[in-house]
Design a protein around this ligand. Sequence first.
Ligand SMILES: Nc1ncnc2c1ncn2[C@@H]1O[C@H](COP(=O)(O)OP(=O)(O)O)[C@@H](O)[C@H]1O
Ligand SMILES: CC(=O)N[C@@H](CCC(=O)OP(=O)(O)O)C(=O)O
Length: 312
Amino acid sequence: MSKTPDLSGLEAQEGKGWVTARTLAEALPYIQIYDRETVVIKYGGHAMGEEAVARQFAADVVLLKLMGVNPVVVHGGGPQISAMLDRAGVRSTFVDGLRVTDEATMEIAEMVLSGAVNKEIANWISLAGREADVRGVGLSGKDAGLLTVEKTTRTRRDPDSLIEHEVDLGFVGEPTRVDPKLIRGLIESESDWVPVIAPIGVSEDGRTFNVNADTVAGAVAGSLKAKRMLLLTDVAGVLDEKGELIRQMSVAEARGLIASGVATGGMIPKLETAIKAVEAGVEAVVILDGRRSHAMLVELFTEHGAGTLIQA
Ligand SMILES: Nc1ncnc2c1ncn2[C@@H]1O[C@H](COP(=O)(O)OP(=O)(O)O)[C@@H](O)[C@H]1O
Ligand SMILES: CC(=O)N[C@@H](CCC(=O)OP(=O)(O)O)C(=O)O
Protein backbone atom coordinates (compact mmCIF):
# COMPACT_ATOMS: atom_id res chain seq x y z
CA MET A 1 0.00 0.00 0.00
CA SER A 2 1.34 3.46 -0.87
CA LYS A 3 2.02 5.72 2.07
CA THR A 4 0.07 9.03 2.24
CA PRO A 5 2.60 11.86 2.02
CA ASP A 6 2.86 14.00 5.15
CA LEU A 7 1.46 17.36 4.08
CA SER A 8 0.99 18.88 7.53
CA GLY A 9 3.91 21.30 7.09
CA LEU A 10 2.66 22.37 3.66
CA GLU A 11 -0.92 22.74 4.94
CA ALA A 12 0.28 24.89 7.80
CA GLN A 13 2.11 27.07 5.31
CA GLU A 14 -0.87 27.27 2.99
CA GLY A 15 -3.09 28.00 5.97
CA LYS A 16 -0.96 31.03 6.76
CA GLY A 17 -1.39 32.24 3.19
CA TRP A 18 -5.18 31.99 3.46
CA VAL A 19 -5.16 33.92 6.73
CA THR A 20 -3.06 36.67 5.12
CA ALA A 21 -5.39 36.81 2.12
CA ARG A 22 -8.47 37.01 4.36
CA THR A 23 -6.87 39.81 6.40
CA LEU A 24 -6.13 41.75 3.22
CA ALA A 25 -9.67 41.25 1.91
CA GLU A 26 -11.17 42.40 5.22
CA ALA A 27 -9.08 45.57 5.01
CA LEU A 28 -10.71 46.63 1.70
CA PRO A 29 -13.35 49.00 3.20
CA TYR A 30 -10.68 50.74 5.30
CA ILE A 31 -8.24 50.98 2.39
CA GLN A 32 -10.98 52.86 0.52
CA ILE A 33 -11.71 55.16 3.48
CA TYR A 34 -8.06 56.28 3.60
CA ASP A 35 -7.44 56.34 -0.15
CA ARG A 36 -5.47 59.55 -0.93
CA GLU A 37 -6.16 60.88 2.56
CA THR A 38 -3.45 62.52 4.66
CA VAL A 39 -2.42 60.83 7.89
CA VAL A 40 0.03 62.72 10.10
CA ILE A 41 2.09 60.38 12.28
CA LYS A 42 3.91 61.69 15.36
CA TYR A 43 6.74 59.27 16.06
CA GLY A 44 8.03 59.88 19.60
CA GLY A 45 11.58 59.37 20.80
CA HIS A 46 10.41 56.70 23.26
CA ALA A 47 8.52 54.79 20.56
CA MET A 48 11.72 54.67 18.43
CA GLY A 49 13.38 52.29 20.87
CA GLU A 50 15.74 49.88 19.17
CA GLU A 51 16.81 50.15 15.54
CA ALA A 52 14.80 47.04 14.55
CA VAL A 53 11.60 48.68 15.90
CA ALA A 54 12.32 51.89 14.00
CA ARG A 55 12.97 49.96 10.79
CA GLN A 56 9.67 48.14 11.24
CA PHE A 57 7.97 51.53 11.65
CA ALA A 58 9.60 52.72 8.39
CA ALA A 59 8.39 49.60 6.56
CA ASP A 60 4.83 50.22 7.79
CA VAL A 61 5.01 53.83 6.56
CA VAL A 62 6.05 52.52 3.13
CA LEU A 63 3.16 50.05 3.16
CA LEU A 64 0.73 52.91 3.97
CA LYS A 65 2.08 54.91 1.03
CA LEU A 66 1.72 51.96 -1.33
CA MET A 67 -1.85 51.40 -0.09
CA GLY A 68 -2.79 54.90 -1.26
CA VAL A 69 -2.50 56.82 2.04
CA ASN A 70 -0.42 60.02 2.21
CA PRO A 71 1.64 59.63 5.40
CA VAL A 72 3.43 62.69 6.83
CA VAL A 73 5.85 61.86 9.66
CA VAL A 74 6.67 64.36 12.43
CA HIS A 75 9.26 62.94 14.80
CA GLY A 76 10.50 63.63 18.31
CA GLY A 77 13.79 62.59 19.84
CA GLY A 78 13.66 63.76 23.45
CA PRO A 79 15.61 60.78 24.88
CA GLN A 80 18.15 61.05 22.04
CA ILE A 81 18.72 64.78 22.79
CA SER A 82 19.11 63.99 26.51
CA ALA A 83 21.72 61.30 25.76
CA MET A 84 23.75 63.72 23.61
CA LEU A 85 23.49 66.51 26.21
CA ASP A 86 24.78 64.03 28.83
CA ARG A 87 27.76 63.19 26.63
CA ALA A 88 28.49 66.89 26.16
CA GLY A 89 28.13 67.50 29.92
CA VAL A 90 25.18 69.92 29.45
CA ARG A 91 22.50 69.65 32.14
CA SER A 92 18.86 69.65 31.04
CA THR A 93 15.71 70.59 32.96
CA PHE A 94 12.02 70.45 32.04
CA VAL A 95 9.08 72.73 32.88
CA ASP A 96 5.60 71.30 32.12
CA GLY A 97 7.22 68.65 29.91
CA LEU A 98 9.14 71.27 27.89
CA ARG A 99 12.94 71.26 27.80
CA VAL A 100 14.45 74.53 29.02
CA THR A 101 16.61 75.36 26.00
CA ASP A 102 19.60 77.70 26.29
CA GLU A 103 21.95 78.39 23.37
CA ALA A 104 24.16 75.31 23.93
CA THR A 105 21.11 73.06 24.34
CA MET A 106 19.53 74.50 21.17
CA GLU A 107 22.68 73.75 19.18
CA ILE A 108 22.73 70.12 20.32
CA ALA A 109 18.92 69.68 20.01
CA GLU A 110 19.03 70.88 16.40
CA MET A 111 21.99 68.63 15.59
CA VAL A 112 20.20 65.59 17.01
CA LEU A 113 16.71 66.34 15.65
CA SER A 114 17.42 67.81 12.18
CA GLY A 115 20.64 65.87 11.70
CA ALA A 116 20.80 62.41 13.19
CA VAL A 117 17.18 61.42 13.91
CA ASN A 118 15.56 63.11 10.92
CA LYS A 119 17.96 61.74 8.34
CA GLU A 120 17.92 58.25 9.86
CA ILE A 121 14.11 58.01 9.65
CA ALA A 122 14.07 59.40 6.09
CA ASN A 123 16.81 56.91 5.16
CA TRP A 124 15.00 53.94 6.69
CA ILE A 125 11.84 54.84 4.74
CA SER A 126 13.86 55.12 1.51
CA LEU A 127 15.56 51.77 2.20
CA ALA A 128 12.30 49.97 3.05
CA GLY A 129 10.64 51.46 -0.06
CA ARG A 130 13.47 51.27 -2.56
CA GLU A 131 11.92 48.53 -4.77
CA ALA A 132 8.86 50.72 -5.34
CA ASP A 133 10.70 54.06 -5.30
CA VAL A 134 9.04 55.26 -2.08
CA ARG A 135 11.40 57.88 -0.64
CA GLY A 136 11.63 59.59 2.75
CA VAL A 137 12.38 63.32 2.50
CA GLY A 138 13.91 64.77 5.68
CA LEU A 139 12.96 68.38 6.54
CA SER A 140 12.70 70.67 9.52
CA GLY A 141 10.44 73.64 10.18
CA LYS A 142 13.29 75.75 8.75
CA ASP A 143 12.70 74.45 5.21
CA ALA A 144 10.51 76.50 2.85
CA GLY A 145 9.12 78.58 5.73
CA LEU A 146 7.34 75.48 7.03
CA LEU A 147 7.08 76.39 10.73
CA THR A 148 6.99 79.90 12.20
CA VAL A 149 6.96 80.09 16.00
CA GLU A 150 6.88 82.56 18.85
CA LYS A 151 8.68 82.19 22.14
CA THR A 152 6.70 80.09 24.63
CA THR A 153 5.82 81.84 27.86
CA ARG A 154 5.03 80.08 31.12
CA THR A 155 4.11 81.61 34.45
CA ARG A 156 4.42 80.22 37.96
CA ARG A 157 2.75 81.34 41.18
CA ASP A 158 5.14 81.79 44.07
CA PRO A 159 3.72 79.57 46.91
CA ASP A 160 4.59 82.16 49.61
CA SER A 161 3.77 85.53 48.03
CA LEU A 162 1.20 84.07 45.54
CA ILE A 163 2.66 86.47 42.97
CA GLU A 164 2.82 85.12 39.41
CA HIS A 165 6.21 85.35 37.73
CA GLU A 166 7.41 84.41 34.30
CA VAL A 167 9.61 81.30 33.83
CA ASP A 168 12.12 81.72 31.01
CA LEU A 169 12.27 78.53 28.91
CA GLY A 170 14.87 79.99 26.55
CA PHE A 171 14.56 78.97 22.91
CA VAL A 172 11.29 77.04 23.24
CA GLY A 173 8.65 77.97 20.69
CA GLU A 174 4.91 77.60 19.97
CA PRO A 175 3.72 77.33 16.35
CA THR A 176 2.05 80.52 15.07
CA ARG A 177 1.97 79.63 11.37
CA VAL A 178 2.47 76.53 9.22
CA ASP A 179 3.07 77.00 5.51
CA PRO A 180 2.07 73.59 4.12
CA LYS A 181 2.92 74.34 0.44
CA LEU A 182 6.09 72.22 0.38
CA ILE A 183 4.39 69.30 2.18
CA ARG A 184 1.38 69.47 -0.16
CA GLY A 185 3.74 69.53 -3.15
CA LEU A 186 5.53 66.42 -1.88
CA ILE A 187 2.41 64.39 -1.08
CA GLU A 188 0.58 65.37 -4.26
CA SER A 189 3.61 64.68 -6.48
CA GLU A 190 3.64 61.75 -8.91
CA SER A 191 6.72 60.56 -7.00
CA ASP A 192 6.14 58.56 -3.82
CA TRP A 193 7.70 61.05 -1.40
CA VAL A 194 7.07 60.81 2.33
CA PRO A 195 7.82 64.05 4.24
CA VAL A 196 9.68 63.52 7.54
CA ILE A 197 9.64 66.67 9.71
CA ALA A 198 11.95 67.56 12.63
CA PRO A 199 10.35 69.76 15.35
CA ILE A 200 12.47 72.88 14.85
CA GLY A 201 10.87 76.25 14.12
CA VAL A 202 11.94 79.78 13.24
CA SER A 203 10.75 83.05 14.82
CA GLU A 204 9.67 86.03 12.68
CA ASP A 205 13.14 87.52 13.26
CA GLY A 206 14.87 84.34 12.07
CA ARG A 207 15.99 82.73 15.33
CA THR A 208 15.92 78.92 15.75
CA PHE A 209 13.54 77.39 18.33
CA ASN A 210 13.04 73.95 19.87
CA VAL A 211 9.37 72.87 19.71
CA ASN A 212 7.60 69.94 21.38
CA ALA A 213 7.07 67.35 18.64
CA ASP A 214 3.42 66.61 19.60
CA THR A 215 2.68 70.32 19.19
CA VAL A 216 4.34 70.41 15.76
CA ALA A 217 2.40 67.33 14.63
CA GLY A 218 -0.86 68.98 15.73
CA ALA A 219 -0.08 72.22 13.90
CA VAL A 220 0.95 70.37 10.71
CA ALA A 221 -2.11 68.07 10.84
CA GLY A 222 -4.40 71.08 11.36
CA SER A 223 -2.90 72.98 8.41
CA LEU A 224 -3.31 69.92 6.14
CA LYS A 225 -6.84 69.15 7.50
CA ALA A 226 -5.58 65.58 7.89
CA LYS A 227 -8.00 62.66 8.06
CA ARG A 228 -6.13 61.27 11.06
CA MET A 229 -3.30 62.23 13.35
CA LEU A 230 -1.63 59.26 15.06
CA LEU A 231 0.40 60.01 18.19
CA LEU A 232 2.70 57.01 18.69
CA THR A 233 3.90 56.75 22.27
CA ASP A 234 4.89 54.17 24.90
CA VAL A 235 1.48 53.36 26.45
CA ALA A 236 -1.49 51.47 24.97
CA GLY A 237 -3.46 54.74 24.80
CA VAL A 238 -5.21 56.99 27.32
CA LEU A 239 -5.98 55.11 30.53
CA ASP A 240 -8.93 55.86 32.83
CA GLU A 241 -8.78 56.18 36.64
CA LYS A 242 -8.77 52.36 36.93
CA GLY A 243 -5.89 52.08 34.51
CA GLU A 244 -8.10 50.68 31.75
CA LEU A 245 -7.75 51.71 28.12
CA ILE A 246 -10.32 54.26 26.91
CA ARG A 247 -11.12 53.27 23.31
CA GLN A 248 -12.93 56.42 22.24
CA MET A 249 -13.66 59.86 23.64
CA SER A 250 -14.93 63.28 22.68
CA VAL A 251 -12.94 66.50 22.90
CA ALA A 252 -15.06 67.45 25.94
CA GLU A 253 -14.19 64.14 27.66
CA ALA A 254 -10.49 64.71 26.87
CA ARG A 255 -10.73 68.11 28.60
CA GLY A 256 -12.39 66.38 31.57
CA LEU A 257 -9.50 63.91 31.92
CA ILE A 258 -7.01 66.78 32.18
CA ALA A 259 -9.19 68.72 34.64
CA SER A 260 -9.78 65.67 36.87
CA GLY A 261 -6.06 64.83 37.02
CA VAL A 262 -6.48 61.37 35.43
CA ALA A 263 -4.18 62.51 32.63
CA THR A 264 -0.83 63.71 33.99
CA GLY A 265 2.72 64.43 32.78
CA GLY A 266 3.37 63.87 29.08
CA MET A 267 -0.27 62.88 28.49
CA ILE A 268 -1.46 66.45 29.13
CA PRO A 269 0.30 68.06 26.11
CA LYS A 270 -0.79 65.07 24.00
CA LEU A 271 -4.47 65.57 24.87
CA GLU A 272 -4.18 69.36 24.48
CA THR A 273 -2.63 68.83 21.04
CA ALA A 274 -5.38 66.36 20.12
CA ILE A 275 -8.11 68.82 21.18
CA LYS A 276 -6.54 71.69 19.19
CA ALA A 277 -6.04 69.51 16.10
CA VAL A 278 -9.67 68.33 16.09
CA GLU A 279 -10.81 71.93 16.51
CA ALA A 280 -8.58 72.91 13.56
CA GLY A 281 -10.34 70.40 11.28
CA VAL A 282 -8.50 67.08 11.77
CA GLU A 283 -11.22 64.39 11.64
CA ALA A 284 -9.82 62.35 14.56
CA VAL A 285 -6.66 61.85 16.60
CA VAL A 286 -5.51 58.47 17.88
CA ILE A 287 -3.04 57.99 20.77
CA LEU A 288 -1.49 54.52 20.52
CA ASP A 289 1.50 52.37 21.46
CA GLY A 290 4.20 52.82 18.83
CA ARG A 291 6.34 50.04 20.32
CA ARG A 292 3.83 47.38 19.24
CA SER A 293 4.60 46.14 15.77
CA HIS A 294 2.13 47.20 13.09
CA ALA A 295 0.13 49.37 15.54
CA MET A 296 -0.62 51.90 12.77
CA LEU A 297 -1.90 49.17 10.44
CA VAL A 298 -4.15 47.74 13.16
CA GLU A 299 -5.51 51.24 13.84
CA LEU A 300 -6.21 52.20 10.24
CA PHE A 301 -7.16 48.92 8.60
CA THR A 302 -9.04 46.83 11.17
CA GLU A 303 -12.50 47.08 12.70
CA HIS A 304 -11.38 47.50 16.31
CA GLY A 305 -8.41 49.80 15.86
CA ALA A 306 -5.70 50.31 18.47
CA GLY A 307 -5.34 52.91 21.20
CA THR A 308 -7.65 55.83 22.03
CA LEU A 309 -9.59 57.72 19.35
CA ILE A 310 -10.45 61.37 20.06
CA GLN A 311 -12.95 63.24 17.90
CA ALA A 312 -15.38 66.12 18.10
N1 LIG B 1 -4.20 58.82 31.88
C1 LIG B 1 -3.05 58.44 31.30
N2 LIG B 1 -3.07 57.47 30.36
C2 LIG B 1 -1.91 57.07 29.74
N3 LIG B 1 -0.69 57.59 30.01
C3 LIG B 1 -0.60 58.58 30.91
C4 LIG B 1 -1.78 59.05 31.59
N4 LIG B 1 -1.39 60.04 32.43
C5 LIG B 1 -0.06 60.17 32.29
N5 LIG B 1 0.44 59.31 31.38
C6 LIG B 1 1.87 59.21 31.00
O1 LIG B 1 2.08 59.82 29.71
C7 LIG B 1 3.19 59.17 29.10
C8 LIG B 1 3.25 59.49 27.60
O2 LIG B 1 3.78 60.78 27.43
P1 LIG B 1 5.35 61.03 27.03
O3 LIG B 1 6.22 60.29 28.01
O4 LIG B 1 5.55 62.49 26.88
O5 LIG B 1 5.40 60.28 25.63
P2 LIG B 1 6.35 60.51 24.31
O6 LIG B 1 7.76 60.57 24.78
O7 LIG B 1 6.03 59.30 23.50
O8 LIG B 1 5.88 61.78 23.65
C9 LIG B 1 2.95 57.73 29.45
O9 LIG B 1 4.12 56.95 29.37
C10 LIG B 1 2.40 57.79 30.88
O10 LIG B 1 3.43 57.65 31.81
C1 LIG C 1 10.62 72.05 23.77
C2 LIG C 1 10.86 70.57 23.87
O1 LIG C 1 10.67 69.99 24.93
N1 LIG C 1 11.26 69.96 22.75
C3 LIG C 1 11.52 68.55 22.68
C4 LIG C 1 11.65 68.17 21.22
C5 LIG C 1 11.72 66.68 20.99
C6 LIG C 1 10.44 65.94 21.39
O2 LIG C 1 9.37 66.50 21.57
O3 LIG C 1 10.64 64.59 21.47
P1 LIG C 1 9.66 63.43 22.04
O4 LIG C 1 8.41 63.47 21.22
O5 LIG C 1 10.46 62.20 21.82
O6 LIG C 1 9.39 63.72 23.50
C7 LIG C 1 12.81 68.20 23.47
O7 LIG C 1 13.74 69.00 23.51
O8 LIG C 1 12.87 67.08 24.00
